[in-house]
Design a protein around this ligand. Sequence first.
Ligand code: CP
Ligand code: NVA
Length: 316
Amino acid sequence: MSTFPDHFLSSDDLTGEQTMSLLGLADGLRAERDARIRAGESPVRDVLAGRTVAMIFEKPSTRTRVSFQVAVSELGGSPLSLSSSELQLGRGETIADTGAVLSRYVHGIVVRTFGQDRLEELAGAATVPVVNALTDQEHPCQALADLQTIRTEFGELSGRTLAYVGDGNNVAHSLLLAGAKVGLSVRIGHPEGYAPDGAVVARAQELAAVTGAQITVTLDPVEAVAGADAVYADVWASMGQEAEATERLATFAPYQITPELFAHTADEAIFLHCLPAHRGEEVTAEVIDGAASRVFDQAENRLHAQKALLAMLLGS
Ligand code: CP
Ligand code: NVA
């Protein structure tokens, strides 16, 4: 297998083989944790003993913050969660200087920020591994947990189809790249004007040509979900787009995941959402709280997938 990258800034940073091997490790970690907890034993291991991982959040977070914090702790390391408002970053210190300085103290840096360029600037100045915990462009840790959830359900990824319906955003981009790498077909159904980045779609198509996945981008939500094994929704207005939220409600309304739209999927299809969700907007309560929903397994898998990522990036 090729060398694991220095940083994880994009779903494109891992090969398909590395992604599959990470998912295998994540499944193993999940099984081992469950067994230890059932036996009344501590789930803590010593993979990151003596290491500290700093996490910088320039946007709010529930799942990413807590799952990374618990992941580092359960791997035997020390997590350090920092919001930009309590760092000098909030008073104008550059992101590059922040990365260089933190590298002198900690063994890894997890960052949630706005532009992908900001993350790349930090990674360029850091001398320790940097992980993308969501940017405007990508959410690659989320995609790892999503792939783990789909594989757990169906036993494989290759040959299956994931339909993402909504905004061609960060989550859509990472799903396109990660899916294409492992042979999972990805369809995006989006309103006019909200297509995913053309460069990301082109890259996903290039990757899919090798793995046999199909990449489809359409304005028709029914075409997107027809026969799909999993349907995925995300918020219509992402963090940083709050001012557009009202205007987006009307544009995105035909893309709501309703029981009627979901009925076009394959039998046994599942519903996924990265969360947080807005019931009554991108998905009805019937669907997200229904029998096909796997959203809380997905949220749990953030913990296992990120443990596997940290072990591969930082473990000795
Ligand atoms: N899905 C996700 O990244 O959630 P948070 O914003 O709560 O971290
Ligand atoms: N697209 C959403 C994902 C939240 C986890 C956002 O960026 O706000």
